[in-house]
Design a protein around this ligand. Sequence first.
Ligand code: ATP
Ligand code: MG
Length: 158
Amino acid sequence: RVNLRELLQETILNVWTKAEQKHIKVKLTGEEEPVWINADPNRMKQVFLNIVDNAIKFSHENCWVNLNLKKYDHVVEVAVQDTGIGISEEHLMRVKDRFFQVNPLNGGTGLGLAITQQLVELHGGHMDIESQLGVGTTVTVILPLSKDDVTETNQDKI
Ligand code: ATP
Ligand code: MG
């Protein structure tokens, strides 16, 4: 069992130096109680490091990146929102492809999102990307809650 809220806080600490260098604030909002999921903690950490790393990498200085945690009856949703360069519609459908990069000169391998998507799906979850060129990007990850963390009022329906 992994406390997803704590894992996201650790992720923010891991990217702190990088964010500071660009004067980017990384915030965690939403759910304030622990949120339990069944996951390999290191793999799950890699998922959110990849996503937040992108958000910082493709943002201008003095922006912000927000991680919002929202709990539903059986799933939890993490929305990583940035106000960065955004992605055009034609590129958006390809960003999850292995090796695809809008601008290969930015460095990296173009594997981050492909691996991230696979890891999320291996955990029974789903990843979705919304973006608007010049406005920003939101990557949403939906993961099943651990059985003992489903909303109590719905316990009897299971
Ligand atoms: P790596 O993750 O291996 O360091 P990468 O970041 O280029 O390399 P991905 O994470 O797979 O690779 O992302 C693929 C491409 O999608 C990026 O090169 C970039 O063009 C685009 N992209 C991803 N996230 C964002 C974002 N938050 N804002 C704008 N563009 C993005
Ligand atoms: Mg990346």
